[in-house]
Design a protein. Structure first.
Length: 409
């Protein structure tokens, strides 16, 4: 390697992976998303205590996710122009007020208002979090994004345990325990924000940011626009399937297998925890075998299992859910990195778009599938959602990793 030519730009930022920051931020992501996971985890509780329909439950999930869907790309675009380190602790402060409202909400309308606050806090957190990940990643971009995203997916995986251990015995008021979780996240994010602000003051970082921003101002040509459309459709397929499983499979398992609420949560936990593990391994696998290949195998590999899942007996269904979670979520962090490399220099925007769209598609999936379940019944709805991963065939339209590298030169 040409030391004089290659060293000045990467040496201070790119050649060093700051694992301490990555792991702390991953923990904050876990705390943030565990708070979000309280909402779908409360669905069986709210359905019984307030007599809510599947459509109303879908509206709650929609309210949570649509705010993140709309606001994340906007905040990402703003942060690409002017990074805002100390909005990170502010984001979890907003979430703290939301979870407080959720725990003591007396009506459906107050629940909607509370989850809007939680969604807003999440929308603020994710784009700036992704910028910190990019700064701390060094040369291990796939691994760094996996560490960050596995924190979030691990938080989501806690939903069944939250239901079984906290919400079933304590009911809606049990959500108040997560006020402590939000406060802990605020404290950790002050530390992250201080590190982040210090890095922004360094002359080398400012120089690199200008160079990266210059590369990102090339605009979107037709090939990039087509690739972004394909990515968005892939996110739609993954998000709607995830929405169907996380929001409604517990009801399906109770109805089909005669399980209790607590027992049904174990099935969901198997899906979510293996999804978190898949998220972690997806990044390093993509670094080695290529991002496009991992995205393709993730969706197409899930399809046969997801199609057969509704017809499986309980023991087989448990195992199949675990496999689905691992395979499907292996592409989650990879999709973010792929989009960031597709449009270099727009780190926050692409993170906000891909992750925000996942929230938005999940929101639409929640209300759409909830309405469909009320219309045609839950069993048929679960069967139909199993075909969504087949849309992964569209991955063949994406440019290869080698083509991306050539575009970025």
């Amino acid at each position: 390697m040409n030391q004089s030519a290659a060293r000045p730009l990467p040496q201070k930022e790119k050649e060093t992976t700051t694992y301490k920051i990555l792991f702390i931020l991953g923990l904050c992501h876990l705390l943030n998303d565990s708070i979000q996971s309280v909402i779908p985890a409360m669905f069986p509780i709210l359905e019984k205590s307030m007599g809510l329909s599947f459509t109303q439950l879908g509206m709650i999930a929609f309210s949570l996710n649509i705010v993140s869907s709309i606001m994340q790309p906007v905040i990402g675009l703003i942060s690409d122009r002017k990074p805002m380190p100390f909005v990170l602790p502010v984001s979890l402060t907003v979430t703290l007020f939301g979870i407080m409202g959720l725990a003591f909400a007396p009506s459906f309308e107050w629940i909607i208002l509370s989850v809007l606050l939680i969604g807003l806090g999440s929308a603020i957190f994710h784009p700036e979090g992704s910028r910190v990940v990019y700064m701390a990643a060094g040369p291990r971009r796939g691994l760094a994004q996996s560490i960050y995203q596995v924190g979030g997916n691990s938080g989501q995986a806690l939903a069944p345990l939250i239901t079984a251990l906290i919400l079933v015995p304590f009911g809606q008021r049990g959500a108040a325990w997560f006020i402590i979780v939000a406060a802990a996240a605020v404290a950790l994010l002050f530390y992250i924000a201080t590190w982040y602000a210090g890095r922004l003051k360094e002359a080398s970082l400012r120089t690199k940011a200008k160079k990266v921003a210059g590369k990102g101002n090339q605009g979107f040509n037709k090939k990039i626009k087509l690739s972004l459309i394909v990515i968005l459709l892939l996110i739609f397929a993954r998000s709607w399937y995830l929405s169907g499983i996380t929001n409604y499979y517990a009801f399906y398992a109770i109805e089909k297998y005669g399980l209790t609420i607590r027992e049904s949560q174990l099935f969901l936990f198997a899906f979510l925890i293996t999804g978190a593990i898949g998220t972690f391994f997806g990044g390093p696998l993509a670094d080695r075998f290529g991002k496009k290949r991992i995205i393709f195998l993730s969706l197409i590999g899930t399809a046969p299992i997801s199609i057969l899942l509704p017809f499986a007996p309980p023991a087989a269904a448990f195992t199949m859910l675990a496999l689905c979670g691992f395979i499907l979520m292996s592409s989650f962090s990879v999709t973010v990195v792929y989009a960031q490399e597709l449009v270099p220099g727009k780190i926050g925007t692409m993170a906000g778009l891909t992750v925000g769209l996942a929230f938005g598609m999940g929101a639409l999936g929640s209300i759409g599938l909830g309405y469909l379940a009320d219309l045609i019944g839950l069993p048929l709805t679960i069967i139909y959602t199993g075909f969504l991963p087949l849309l992964g065939i569209m991955t063949i339209l994406l440019p290869s990793d080698e083509t991306l590298a050539a575009w970025n030169q």
